[in-house]
Design a protein around this ligand. Structure first.
Ligand SMILES: *Cc1c(COP(=O)(O)O)cnc(C)c1O
Length: 230
């Protein structure tokens, strides 16, 4: 068995175990393979091991790899998205995880209309309130969603956050729990046109806790492909 296949199998087992531990866990969890700085051969090995969705944080990397990857594989944009780059990925990605400004929403809406599609998006929330990170402050999220929800070519589909880098993943639990509770609150508001289908949280260092707290998309890079060199 290849190293990549063994790692994916291990992660799937860990996800299952976390689902069984957490009463708030989701029944279905998507393992999104984060392929930044990963070459096409290794991505194909992951696909051969059952991966169906890839996450990239740079538009340029999606552009470079897109034609080399089978059509049935879906791409997610997980990193900060500049408005002037939306046009390059609008027909390539199935979910944008990083909506965090009205301007970006307007641009996605405009480009999606041109492309003849509705683009599902997650609102990125900076729950940990880290200065270096993108995302909306938790307390601004509801107002933001109300402001963008009527744009006809974007579909608000859930929330995303990045946990703070800490030594012990237990420290991230309150952050993930807060995002879940925010998701529940927004769901209860039953805002027309707003779905709360996805909770994107958890990376290599903290996906177990994220799954216990209700994540249904974990974004995992180094645990699958090994440590990145940059
Ligand atoms: C790189 C990245 C990941 C994956 O990080 P790992 O720690 O390698 O699993 C997940 N989400 C985002 C937004 C990233 O940029």
């Amino acid at each position: 068995m290849s190293q990549i296949m063994a790692q994916i199998e291990h992660i799937r087992n860990e996800i299952r175990a976390a689902q069984n531990r957490g009463p708030n866990a989701s029944k279905d969890v998507l393992l999104l393979a984060v392929t930044k700085n990963v070459d096409v051969d290794r991505i194909k090995a992951a696909i051969g091991s059952g991966i169906t969705a890839l996450g990239e944080n740079r538009v340029q990397e999606i552009m470079q790899k897109y034609d080399k990857i089978p059509d049935h594989i879906s791409w997610h944009l997980i990193g900060h998205l500049q408005t002037n780059k939306v046009k390059y990925i609008i027909d390539k990605v199935s979910l944008i995880h990083s909506l965090d400004s009205v301007n970006l929403a307007k641009e996605i809406n405009k480009r999606a209309q041109k492309a003849g599609r509705v683009m599902p998006v997650l609102v990125q929330v900076n729950v940990a309130d880290e200065e270096t990170k993108f995302g909306l402050p938790t307390e601004d999220t509801v107002d933001f969603i109300k402001e963008v929800k009527d744009m006809p070519y974007i579909k608000i589909s859930g929330l995303m956050t990045i946990g703070p880098l800490v030594a012990d993943e237990e420290e991230v639990r309150p952050i993930f729990k807060e995002l879940r509770l925010l998701r529940d609150k927004i769901k209860q508001m039953e805002l027309p046109g707003v779905a709360m289908d996805y909770l994107s949280m958890g990376m290599t260092n903290d996906y177990r806790v994220a799954v216990e707290e209700g994540s249904n998309i974990v974004r995992i890079g180094s645990a699958i492909f090994g440590a990145r060199t940059n």
